[in-house]
Design a protein around this ligand. Structure first.
Ligand SMILES: Nc1ncnc2c1ncn2[C@@H]1O[C@H](COP(=O)(O)OP(=O)(O)OP(=O)(O)O)[C@@H](O)[C@H]1O
Ligand SMILES: O=C(O)C1=C[C@@H](O)[C@@H](O)[C@H](O)C1
Ligand SMILES: [Mg+2]
Length: 262
């Protein structure tokens, strides 16, 4: 064997070790999940991730290839999250609820903790049409916009493990509810009108609320939509005075309970 062949042989041995370690790590991730479920422990423990990051920084301090190694570990962490998410949910999670209920916030949190992909329906529709939602309403009318929503929900049926953050009016059309349920569990986020007002008062991106930022207006519109939202929901989560972590933990628990019934 010449020197080059010796190096390649050694590299191959390193890859074998890495491969075995990765397979073992992935199995342990699944075991941890199963243990947490069995013992009714919180699935989400973000402090663990922070601990692992700190450990790596300590171990790599002043060493060569620090950034390269950090990038590999980031990817390993992301993949562990994906493994967890796939084990927990083999469908899409569809978030519905009133403006300001926290659909986008909780979607982003699910993306962080489970590395799930997020579809912001309003954003995708606006991007694809190269128009703002208000302009689509003004130019083509609400029916046209609702058709775009229906088509996007149908498109999402071929995907798995996505978080779909719906526009506030999506569940108002019955067909949309039928389509979202074909490959998704529907999570209704609720909040009291006072909470909603508090959350949206300084924001100007919600045309329906512009000039109407009062508790009576929000309560009235909420009441008009309540029945349809409730009818669409597989699970409901009240979000008042709860952190993102608490809401997501409740979401995981309730969805798992629902899945074990079916
Ligand atoms: N659980 C929470 N606790 C405190 N603040 C929250 C919570 N959830 C969301 N918020 C805040 O409320 C505001 C509105 O939340 P978000 O944009 O996620 O609502 P949304 O349901 O996506 O609204 P829209 O239907 O208009 O898109 C944001 O500023 C967000 O930071
Ligand atoms: O509540 C609604 O009817 C809407 C909410 C927004 O997300 C947009 O989808 C649009 O402005 C309609
Ligand atoms: Mg949103």
């Amino acid at each position: 064997m010449n020197q080059l062949e010796v190096f390649r042989e050694s590299l191959g041995q390193c890859d074998e070790i890495l491969l075995d370690a990765l397979l073992m790590r992935n199995r342990i991730v699944e075991d941890i999940m199963a243990y947490k479920e069995e013992h009714d422990l919180p699935i989400l423990q973000p402090e663990q991730e922070a601990k692992q990051k700190k450990w790596l920084e300590g171990r790599m301090e002043g060493r060569r290839h620090k950034n390269e190694v950090a990038a590999v570990f980031e990817e390993i962490t992301r993949n562990s999250k994906r493994i967890q998410a796939r084990k927990l949910f083999d469908y899409n999670i569809v978030l519905i609820g009133f403006m300001g209920a926290g659909k986008s916030t909780i979607s982003e949190f699910l993306k962080t903790v489970f590395a799930m992909e997020v579809i912001e329906m309003d954003q995708i529709i606006a991007e694809r049409q190269s128009m703002s939602i208000s302009d689509i309403f003004e130019t083509y009318g609400e029916e046209y916009f609702r058709d775009l929503e229906t088509n996007l929900l149908i498109e999402m049926q071929s995907k798995k493990n996505m978080v779909i953050s719906c526009g506030g009016g999506v569940p108002m059309r019955e067909r949309n509810v039928v389509e979202m349920k074909k490959n998704g569990r529907v999570v209704l986020l609720t909040a009291k009108p006072e909470t909603i007002l508090n959350r949206v008062k300084d924001n100007h991106d919600r045309p329906l609320l512009e000039g109407n930022k009062t508790v009576p207006f929000i309560a009235d519109l909420m009441e008009k939509r309540r029945e349809k939202y409730q009818a669409a929901a597989d699970i409901v989560i009240e979000t008042d005075d709860k952190s993102e972590l608490e809401i997501c933990e409740e979401l995981v628990k309730k969805l798992r309970a629902l899945d074990s019934e079916n």
